[in-house]
Design a protein around this ligand. Structure first.
Ligand code: AMP
Length: 542
């Protein structure tokens, strides 16, 4: 028997329509690439998103066409999101931090017909435009006064186009399984692969992300997504905020500690989200200036493991609750969120911190299992670790154009490429990327655990651990460190520091100090580069 409820479709346009109807005066504040701060409201933004929908139609784009963006977090970028997805087009957020060849590859692979770009990225597109035969027009997200001199042909000024477009537009109703947006994996090997989200997957993901035990956004919140809109849709915040009518603050291109701090304070932000690198810069700024955080209540940390010292500093020194989250492009991206759980919410300080260092609890909507290399499910005991696999309505079924072939197992689970433990309460802990785990004497050593322990040293700014070849044990850990300015740290002091913190056989065989570590376009350690760099490294005593 079928249910007798309305089959209204779950569509991206409805988030903004809701905000327009009931939160129209709520503000959206952006730090502009052009310099000044800009203030608008959901009501005004909704009108301009309709103009975007009309201008896309005026330019000859129709249902299913793909529009690329290379833009920082800001109100214009948000208008383009809603104008495209809302009218049945696909919004492809290009990560400008990828290598130019990769950017050209994904714009072609996605078949972007128009690019909306911030001023920052004009030189980048000028450099690769000859490799983009399908791009018909480049729209620069600025006004007439700031239009740059450019060698690009078929270039247009966003504000001019918008002024000429009507704001009368009825968001169309269509099948919720229609594609809404597109992101590419930031793969460290091979070409990036496209992950094509639907209106349905985006909506369900976002509603779950808005749960109190997840992002927990409320109308009374002021939310600043520092995580870029080109990094898996800024973890859904520009979708979820209009659903609840939260005030939005976009930091633009200035992500250094001082600028992020200025925005947090000036707009009295209550909730924010970003990768650990950003928070490291903020905490260093606070330490240097002695400044306090007067409004911030919660910070979401994800994308890479949140170091214990970072969680502790936010909470104990600044009174800001940390939510450690995990996810990936293929998961829209959220999969686990580290919110307090009944029965485990009154642990002694150190145990509570241990729990928060885990990547969080499985969200409703995501099914999760860990398996051994033969695909056998391992116990959910918090100790056994294996390949982490996931299934759910906001997790990909296949990559764009079928890249990479079949990616689900026989039960429909996607292999995340992470190695993890899972406990009876649903707390998941990443012990490594499958390809980064150090295989020593038939056992696995977690490079992430070692890195986390190393950054606990007050003189360590950043740490990476890779496996290097060992004739007896196959691989042994090598610790690579960027020390803080003025540190007097050496190998033996570092090993002594780690000794009480990790199992004896996990202790790195050697420690090297470098000026900086290589990172991917999304701020993760680029271990392939490190492995290449240290492939001939000879451990002491060999
Ligand atoms: P991306 O698709 O670029 O967001 O990368 C996803 C990958 O980032 C995951 O598969 C993890 O390996 C890693 N990752 C994301 N969040 C965390 C976290 N909180 N701790 C450790 N690794 C993480």
């Amino acid at each position: 028997m079928r249910g007798l409820m309305q089959g209204r479709q779950l569509l991206v346009s409805t988030y903004l329509s809701h905000a327009e109807a009931y939160h129209s005066e709520r503000e959206i504040v952006s730090r502009m690439v052009e310099g000044p701060q800009h203030r608008t409201t959901y009501g005004a933004l909704a009108l301009r998103a309709r103009r975007v929908a009309n201008l896309l139609a005026d330019l000859g784009l129709g249902f299913g066409d793909v529009v690329g963006t290379l833009a920082w977090n800001g109100f214009r970028h948000m208008e383009v999101w809603y104008g495209t997805s809302g009218s049945g087009l696909v919004c492809h957020t290009v990560n400008p931090r990828l290598f130019p060849e990769q950017i050209a590859f994904i714009i072609n692979d996605a078949r972007d017909r128009i690019l909306f770009i911030d001023l920052t990225f004009v030189p980048l597109i000028e450099k690769i435009i000859d490799q983009l035969p399908l791009v018909e027009r480049v729209v620069i997200l600025t006004d007439r006064d700031h239009m740059p001199a450019t060698s690009l042909k078929n270039v247009a000024c966003y504000e001019d186009l918008l002024a000429g477009a009507s704001e009368t537009f009825l968001w169309p109703e269509f099948d919720e399984n229609t594609a809404s947006s597109l992101c590419y994996t930031s793969g460290t090997t091979g070409n990036p692969k496209g992950v094509l989200y639907s209106h349905r997957s985006t909506t369900i993901h976002c509603m779950s992300a808005n749960f109190g035990d997840a992002l927990g956004m409320r109308s009374t919140d002021t939310v600043m997504p520092v995580v870029p809109m080109f990094h898996v849709n800024a973890w859904s915040i520009p979708y979820g905020a209009p659903m609840v009518g939260a005030k939005l603050v976009f930091p633009g291109a200035a992500l250094d500690g001082a600028s992020v701090y200025q925005m947090l304070e000036a707009e009295q932000v209550t909730l924010t989200a970003a990768v650990p690198t950003v928070w490291l810069m903020l905490l260093q700024h606070l330490e240097k200036t002695g400044a306090r955080l007067s409004s911030l209540k919660r910070v979401v940390i994800g994308g890479s493991a949140a170091p214990r010292s970072m969680i502790e500093t936010f909470q104990d020194k600044y009174g800001v609750a940390v939510c450690h989250a995990w996810g990936m492009t293929e998961m829209s991206p959220l999969g686990t969120m580290g919110s307090p759980r009944a029965g485990l919410d009154a642990l002694p300080h150190d145990q509570a911190l241990d729990l928060q260092c885990k990547q969080g609890r499985v969200m409703f909507g995501v099914q999760m299992k860990i398996t051994d290399d033969q695909g056998r499910t391992l116990p959910r005991d918090g100790t056994a670790f294996g390949n982490l696999k996931v299934r759910g309505p906001w997790i990909l079924e296949t990559y764009l154009h079928g890249a990479g072939g079949k990616v689900l197992d026989d039960e429909g689970f996607f292999d995340t490429g992470d190695v993890a433990t899972l406990d009876p309460y649903g707390f998941m802990q990443i012990t490594d990327r499958a390809k980064d785990v150090i295989k020593s004497g038939g056992e696995w050593i977690s490079s992430i655990d070692l890195e986390n322990a190393a950054v606990g040293h007050p003189e360590v700014a950043e740490a990476a651990v890779i496996g290097v070849v060992h004739p007896k044990w196959d691989e042994r850990p090598l610790l690579i460190i960027v020390a803080k300015a003025g540190a007097a740290l050496d190998r033996d002091a570092m090993i002594d520091f780690l000794r009480p913190r990790v199992a004896k056989w996990w202790l790195p065989d050697d420690v090297v100090f470098v000026d900086e570590l290589p990172h991917t376009a999304t701020g993760k350690l680029l271990k392939t580069r490190l492995r290449e760099q240290f492939k001939d490294y000879r451990l002491p005593g060999l």
